[in-house]
Write a protein that binds this ligand. Structure first.
Ligand code: GMT
Length: 376
C-alpha cells in the first residue's frame, strides 16, 4: 500500500507513535510518505520505502497566524497525486483531520477518492479539542474521517462523552518493538556515570507541561530519598522545568536530581533506571510508561485516563489517585527497598510491555487500511 502519514514531528507521544508505525509499515513492504513541517525526530532512516515531505508555510506580514492547515492540505493534495497515495492516516485530530478532510474534498473534485483514517491521541480530545473554540471543527473532522481509532478504551470513552461522534471508534493501543530491546546489549548503558553503585535510579520523561505534574515527581522523589539512597533523572524540556528546578533547589536536593533536557537517547537512560514516575493529571495512554516497562523498569503512575490499561497495579508497578504524593512515594519505597521485590517488579514490568508488542498491533492498522481500501 502507499500510505501518507500526517503527524507532529516533535518529541510528543503522538509523533513518536506515528513515526514508529510508519517505519514498521515500511519494513512490512508498504511505501510510507510522512507529511509534516519538520523531519520527525524518530525518523532516522530514509529508504526507498520511506519519504518525507516538508510542509512549508510562507510568512506573510498580513497574517497574524500563518495558515498551516492550508499549506498542509495543499501539500497533501500534491503528494497524494504525485505519488499515487492510496490512503491517508492522520495522527492527532487538530488540525490534521481538518486539513486531511479538505485535501480529500479537493481531490474528489478531480475524481480522486482517498480514504482517511484519524487516530486520536489524547490532548486533541481531552485538553485542547474540547475547548469551545475548537470543538465544532474537531467534531466535524472526526465525523468526516472514514475510520477513527483511539489509543485506549479510556480515550474512546472520553471522545464519546465530550463529542457528538457518529463514526465508530476502534481502539488500537500504542505499541513498542520488544525485540529491539531484547537484542540490544546497550554497551553504552553506563550506569556508573550517573550514580553511585548503591544508589537507585529513578526516572521521569515528559514534555514538562502542567498536565505531567512534574512538581509531584520532585515531591515523590523527596519522600523516596529519605528512605532509599537514590537519584532522579528528569528527561525532557517544557514550561514547567524551571518551577521543578526551583523546587529541587528549595528542597536541598540539587546534588541528587539531574535535569538532562530533551534527549533522543531515552533508551540509554531507561536501560539503567530502577523506577519510572508518571504522576500525570491525565494521560490517554502513557507511552512513556510503556517505553520504561519495555526496559523492565516498574512504573509508579496516577490511575487516570488510559494509564490503568498500560500499567498493571501491583504487577508492573503501582497506580494511585492524581496528586497522592505520599501513596506514590510509599509504593515506590516498597519496590525499591528490597532487591528481591525490585527484581520481581522489573521482571513483571517487562512481561507487561510484551502485551503491546509491535508485531501484534501494527497488523491491526493494516487490517483497517485494507478494509478502508476495499470500501473506497
Ligand atoms: O502529553 C504528551 O506526552 C504528548 C501527547 C501527544 O499528543 O503527543 O501525548 C498523547 O499521546 C500519546 C501517544 O498516543 C499518549 O501516550 C499520551 O498519553 C497522550 N498524552 C495525554 O493524554 C496527556
Amino acid at each position: 500500500m502507499k500510505i501518507a502519514i500526517v503527524c507532529y514531528p516533535t518529541f510528543g507521544g503522538s509523533g513518536v507513535v506515528a513515526t514508529e508505525l510508519g517505519l514498521a509499515l515500511s519494513r512490512r513492504g508498504h511505501e510510507v510518505h510522512f507529511v509534516t513541517y519538520k523531519q520527525p525526530v524518530r525518523l532516522e532512516t530514509i529508504s526507498s520505502h520511506i519519504r518525507f515531505h516538508e510542509v512549508n508555510v510562507p510568512e506573510y506580514p498580513l497574517f497574524h497566524y500563518q495558515p498551516y492547515e492550508l499549506a498542509l492540505s495543499s501539500k497533501l493534495v500534491n503528494v497524494i497525486k504525485n505519488y499515487g497515495i492510496e490512503l491517508l492516516h492522520v495522527h492527532y485530530a487538530i488540525p490534521h483531520a481538518y486539513a486531511g478532510y479538505m485535501a480529500k474534498k479537493m481531490l474528489a473534485e478531480e475524481g480522486i477518492e482517498i480514504p482517511m483514517v484519524t487516530t486520536l491521541h489524547g490532548t486533541d480530545i481531552t485538553l485542547v479539542g474540547n475547548h469551545p473554540f475548537y470543538k465544532p471543527a474537531v467534531t466535524f473532522s472526526i465525523n468526516k474521517s472514514d475510520y477513527v481509532t483511539s489509543v485506549s478504551e479510556s480515550l474512546k470513552d472520553d471522545t464519546l462523552r465530550h463529542f457528538d461522534v457518529k463514526t465508530d471508534i476502534e481502539v488500537i493501543p500504542n505499541f513498542i518493538d520488544v525485540s529491539k530491546f531484547q537484542k540490544k546489549t546497550f554497551t553504552d548503558c553506563q550506569r556508573e556515570l550517573m550514580a553511585q553503585s548503591d544508589e537507585k535510579i529513578i526516572t521521569h520523561v515528559s514534555n514538562f507541561r502542567k498536565v505531567k505534574r512534574v512538581d509531584d515527581v520532585v515531591k515523590i522523589f523527596f519522600e523516596i530519598q529519605k528512605s532509599v539512597s537514590a537519584r532522579l533523572m528528569m528527561v525532557g524540556e517544557g514550561p514547567e522545568r524551571e518551577t521543578a528546578e526551583k523546587l529541587v533547589r528549595d528542597l536541598g536536593m540539587r546534588d541528587k536530581v539531574l535535569f538532562l533536557g530533551q534527549s533522543n537517547e531515552i533508551d540509554k537512560i531507561l536501560c539503567f533506571s530502577d523506577l519510572f514516575l508518571l504522576p500525570s493529571e491525565t494521560e490517554s495512554f502513557g507511552l512513556a510508561a510503556l517505553e520504561a516497562m519495555v526496559h523492565s523498569v516498574p512504573v509508579i503512575s496516577s490511575n487516570t485516563g488510559g494509564l490503568p490499561e498500560v500499567n498493571k497495579d501491583d504487577f508492573s508497578g503501582y497506580l494511585h489517585d492524581v496528586g497522592d504524593v505520599s501513596a506514590m512515594a510509599n509504593s515506590a519505597i516498597s519496590i525499591l527497598e528490597t532487591e528481591e521485590v525490585l527484581r520481581k517488579f522489573k521482571r513483571q514490568a517487562g512481561e507487561t510491555a510484551r502485551d503491546f508488542d509491535i508485531n501484534m498491533i501494527v497488523p491491526r492498522y493494516e487490517e483497517l487500511y485494507k478494509k478502508a481500501l476495499i470500501k473506497a
